[in-house]
Write a protein that binds this ligand. Sequence first.
Ligand SMILES: [Zn+2]
Length: 400
Amino acid sequence: MRGRLDDVIRLSSAAASLVAERPVFDAHADSLQRALDLGHDLAVAGPGHLDLERGAAGGLGALVFVSWVDPKFHESGPGGALARTRDLLGEFHALVRRRPDRVQFAGNGRALAEAREKRVVAGIPGIEGGHSIEESLDHLEWFFERGVRVMTLVWNNHLSWIRSCQPGAGSTVPEGLSDFGRLVVRTMNELGMVVDLSHAGERSFYDTLDATAKPVIASHSGCKALHGHQRNLTDDQLRALAQNGGVVGIVFCTAFLDAEAQKHDGATRERADFKAIGGANETDVFLRQSDFMQRETPPLAFERVMQHVYHAIDVAGIDHVGLGSDYDGIQRTPQGLEHAGCYGRIAEHMLARGFAPDAVRKVLGGNMERVFSVVTGLGSAAHDAPWTPLDTSKSQGGVA
Ligand SMILES: [Zn+2]
């Protein structure tokens, strides 16, 4: 399988000492899915892209552990998406309970700072796709109380209250955000949950910026000026995000970063007999496919990622750009960013280009940390934000 910790990366001494501060805040990774479906221990190195061991070597200080729920769970009927989201979230709870030496729940700015001092990863649960709340603010609050601090409003499936960036929305889907959608955004503002606009349609993006009273993020996107993929942001969107005080997390997905790479990805996928590849379940198949994609597709140069980083900095400014790898949610990575031990290469490239260490820290994680601290609040030593641990020792009943 893919990289293990012995793929040690060599950095300049300036980059290495910066990475030793654990400055990286990765705003989006899907690793909980392999923990739930394949029993992978995310505390130790490989297989897959991201775990706490390689993350520590790569400078990871904070991570959004995303619960992404296949829309089929939503389509299966009421409660389906809720249950799957709860089970994925349960993997996060189990991990922080089992490995407090490597990760602790960070529900507010104070907890983020505390995790940094203790040199453990600040773990922030997230939900990718508003179908997980099944059109109920009570469910949104239920997830908040169990630690969720960020929600990507919509994934690639359109919802009754928000349009995704994908084509093919039917007549029942609003152009942008519906009245209920605005209520979701305002409720998230009040609770202290970060609004994430990656995957949102353009109208939904601007409607949300109108509705929100707090900074938002686009956790894992690229720049449309460099590749006109629907998942990327236009320069106007980048400027609007900066105006809002928000941050774009540059994604490592090859198909979003580069038109040629997208063609290569498509060709490799067509060539592969994924049925023959097989696997124990869909997540296993996904990982086997990913290994094939990584091996068989012409590599995408590391520099291409940095072009997106620099373009976003040029347009939005140094205070509004961060990282959202989408590790374990993408099927192949650019060269040099094969796993969570590799973030330091970004630091090295920026330093070599003449960015001051403080500017590099902002992009690696400082900007994301600022938004999360502003939105979730600073908390207090005596009484931290709500946190109801899920009982992960037995299967759960219904949600809320
Ligand atoms: Zn995504």
